[in-house]
Design a protein around this ligand. Structure first.
Ligand code: FAD
Length: 341
């Protein structure tokens, strides 16, 4: 397989790369180790509002991802999900990228849009094997909150996700128990106050200081045992679903092994082209660093727009990069399938 730009990561910045490359006539292939596009927006905070996308006063994070996917519909691109890029090797003027599932792709341009690296949810350290319930009755993030309507849900954790989802799922009629190892929370104080109010009003159950000791079940959750860390009493609770919000291990993963110039966990780039110290390898979005860097979506959009200019020259050496406003360029309109009435 060959592509003009191989993009590692289908977060917002990876997705917008398809647009900017597309209007220059370049084809992208995106690879993401998650099961869906959208990066942090889709995985960490799909229902939260974003207010600082230029020209868009309000969008939830998932709406933002959906809008980016809509915006790139006119362009042909490949999206490979559930695969992690493991290695990149130089082959004459091209790079070859390989994934953990054996996919190999040749390209003159690699765009690393890997955000905070690969996400892996932190799981409870239990002696029992609860893997049969994972993805069916035990989740580490919420993709579709409607499945919890009128269900008994045990939420574990003490940060924003645990508090936010306790309130949100209670609103849609779930019977929520929030379980935390101590009677103090790391989440926003306002949200904690709301949770305590709901507890006083008996709209949710707050169980502290408890930790999970055992889960039984195969198709459904048969039993859950909790240990009170003060009194050492063990109690049983009943739930249809368990949500663990213990945070994510952000693993830089194989990026560490690619011999790129790093600063801490971030890849250093030059701010003219967002190229790394290796020719043809660019780093855009949250994964890069330079003086003044801000981890914002709009910064990543700017970075990748400039990077595709340089990438164009590596696909069509010696050709001038075609610049045009999307408002008035007939060539861009053709690519977007737009015709003036
Ligand atoms: C709670 C929260 C609220 C936020 N609110 C805002 C806001 O209001 N405004 C704003 O501008 N920003 C906000 N941000 C930050 C914003 O989400 C990030 O700046 C943005 O997601 C960065 O986009 P990205 O495409 O660079 O990376 P990401 O969104 O992190 O996507 C990177 C993708 O790369 C994949 N990946 C990594 N390594 C590999 C590999 N080796 N192989 C394959 N795939 C790989 C990952 O799975 C991931 O899907 C917020 C962040 C959080 C956590």
């Amino acid at each position: 397989m060959k592509t003009d730009i191989l993009v590692i990561g289908a977060g917002p910045v990876g997705l917008f790369t398809v647009f900017e490359a597309g209007i220059l006539g370049l084809k992208c292939t995106l690879i993401d180790n998650l099961d869906k596009p959208g990066g942090q927006c889709a995985e960490l905070y799909p229902d939260k509002p974003i207010f600082d996308i230029p020209g868009v006063p309000y969008q939830t994070a998932q709406e933002h991802v959906d809008a980016l996917l809509k915006q790139i519909e006119p362009f042909e691109y490949d999206l490979i999900l559930n695969e992690r890029v493991e290695s990149m090797t130089k082959k004459n003027d091209l790079w070859e990228v390989s994934t953990n599932k054996g996919t190999n792709i040749e390209t003159p341009n690699i765009f690393i849009a890997a955000g905070a690296g690969s996400f892996e949810p932190i799981k409870p350290n239990l002696e029992c094997d609860f893997s049969a319930l994972e993805g069916k009755k035990i989740f580490y993030s919420i993709k579709d909150k409607t499945i919890f309507e009128d269900q008994k849900v045990a939420i574990f954790g003490g940060g924003d996700s645990a508090l936010d989802w306790t309130i949100e799922l209670q609103k849609i009629g779930a019977n929520v128990s929030l379980i935390h190892r101590r009677d103090a929370f790391r989440g926003a104080p306002d949200t904690e106050m709301n949770v305590r109010k709901l507890t006083d009003e008996k709209k949710i159950k707050l169980l502290t200081p408890f930790i999970i000791k055992d889960i039984k079940g195969d198709e459904n959750i048969d039993s859950i045992k909790l240990l009170n860390t003060d009194s050492k009493e063990v109690i049983d609770i009943d739930a249809d679903y368990i949500l663990f919000f213990y945070g994510l291990n952000k693993k830089l993963g194989p990026i560490n092994e690619w011999n790129l110039e790093l600063s801490g966990n971030k890849i250093q780039v030059n701010t003219e082209t967002f190229e790394t110290d290796k020719e043809g390898i660019f780093a855009v979005g949250d994964i890069n660093t330079y003086p003044g860097k801000l981890n914002l979506i709009l910064s990543g959009f700017h970075e990748t727009t400039l990077a595709v200019q340089k990438a164009f020259g590596r696909v069509y050496p010696g050709e001038r990069v075609p610049f045009g406003y999307t408002t008035s360029s007939k060539k861009i309109h053709e690519k977007l399938g737009y015709s003036e009435k």
